[in-house]
Design a protein around this ligand. Structure first.
Ligand SMILES: Nc1ncnc2c1ncn2[C@@H]1O[C@H](COP(=O)(O)OP(=O)(O)O)[C@@H](O)[C@H]1O
Ligand SMILES: [Mg+2]
Length: 252
C-alpha cells in the first residue's frame, strides 16, 4: 500500500497547553519513521516556524509551512495546495483562538484531531469547553473525525494527576497519549528537535515509547468519511488546485 495522506490538527482553546510541543515532536517522529512531513504553523505566535528555523540540517527533514508569515490568517484555507511533493503526513499547529470560520477551515483539512491539555483546573475547564464547541461545530458534525486527548506535562502519582484522570474518564473523547512533565521538552524545542532525536538523553528515552504509540494510534484511525471515494489521494503528487475532499460533504 502506498502512503496515504494524513492531516493531523493539534488544537486547543488555550495557549501553553503543549500544542507546539506535540506538533513538533509528532513531526519529528514521523520524519524519523521515514514519512514526508509538513508542519503547518497556523499560530500567529509562530513558535513552530521558529522551531523549524533551529532544526539541524543533518536530522530527518520537516517541511515548514507558516500560514502567518505572509500576514494572512486565512491562508490556512489553501495550505494543502502548497504541500511539497512526497509529503504524506501534515501536522497543523493550530492557534488557540480558532473559532467559527477559522475552525471550520482547519477541520475541513483535517483527518485526525489531537487536543493537548495540562492537568490544571483552569486548563481542564477550558479544554472541556473547547471539546464541546468543536464536537458541536457544524463542520465537525458534517464530517466527524477521530479526536484524541493528549495528557501533557503529567506528573504521575500527584493529586493533579488524579484530578486529570477523573476528568479524562468523563470525557466523550479518548485519551490517546500521556507525556510527562520533563525539561527535555524545552531543551528539544530550543534546538529544533523532538525527543526521538535525543536518544543520548535518558529523559528523552523515557518518553519515546509514548510517541511511537501515538503514531500508531493515528495511523490506525479510519480515514475521514469525507475522503471516501478519494482513493486517488494516494500516490498522487499533491497538485495545486486539487479540491479539499471534505468541501463536497460540507456543501451537500
Ligand atoms: N511535557 C512537557 N514537559 C515540560 N515542559 C513542557 C511540556 N510540554 C510543553 N512544555 C513547555 O510548556 C511551554 C508551552 O508549551 P507549548 O507547546 O509552546 O504550548 P502551546 O503551543 O499550546 O502554546 C513551552 O515552554 C514548552 O517547552
Ligand atoms: Mg504554540
Amino acid at each position: 500500500m502506498g502512503p496515504q495522506l494524513r492531516r493531523i490538527l493539534v488544537i486547543n482553546g488555550k495557549g501553553g497547553c503543549g500544542k507546539t510541543t506535540v506538533a513538533t515532536n509528532l513531526a519529528v517522529a514521523y520524519a524519523k519513521a521515514g514519512h514526508g512531513v509538513a508542519l503547518v504553523d497556523n499560530d500567529p505566535q509562530e513558535s513552530s516556524a521558529y522551531w523549524a528555523d533551529q532544526r539541524p540540517a543533518d536530522l530527518p527533514p520537516v517541511h515548514l509551512l507558516a500560514t502567518h508569515r505572509r500576514g494572512n490568517m486565512y491562508q490556512t484555507s489553501v495550505f494543502q495546495n502548497r504541500l511539497p511533493p512526497g509529503v504524506d503526513r501534515v501536522i497543523i499547529d493550530g492557534h488557540s483562538n480558532a473559532r467559527d470560520r477559522d475552525l471550520e477551515l482547519l477541520l475541513k483539512q483535517t483527518d485526525v484531531v489531537l487536543l493537548p491539555l495540562q492537568p490544571s483546573s483552569i486548563d481542564i475547564q477550558a479544554a472541556s469547553r473547547f471539546i464541546t464547541d468543536m464536537l458541536t461545530h457544524r463542520a465537525f458534525r458534517a464530517a466527524p473525525r477521530p479526536v484524541g486527548v493528549i495528557a501533557n506535562r503529567v506528573q504521575p502519582n500527584t493529586e493533579t494527576h488524579a484530578k486529570l484522570s477523573h476528568f479524562l474518564a468523563c470525557l466523550e473523547v479518548p485519551t490517546v497519549a500521556t507525556f510527562r512533565d520533563s525539561p527535555v521538552y524545552m531543551e528539544a524545542a530550543e534546538q529544533g528537535k523532538g525527543v526521538v532525536d535525543m536518544l543520548e538523553s535518558r529523559a528523552a528515552r523515557k518518553e519515546t515509547a509514548a510517541w511511537w504509540e501515538l503514531l500508531r494510534w493515528i495511523d490506525e484511525q479510519p480515514k475521514t468519511a469525507s475522503d471516501r471515494g478519494s482513493q486517488s489521494l494516494r500516490n498522487r503528487p499533491l497538485a495545486a488546485g486539487r479540491r479539499v475532499p471534505s468541501e463536497q460533504t460540507l456543501r451537500a
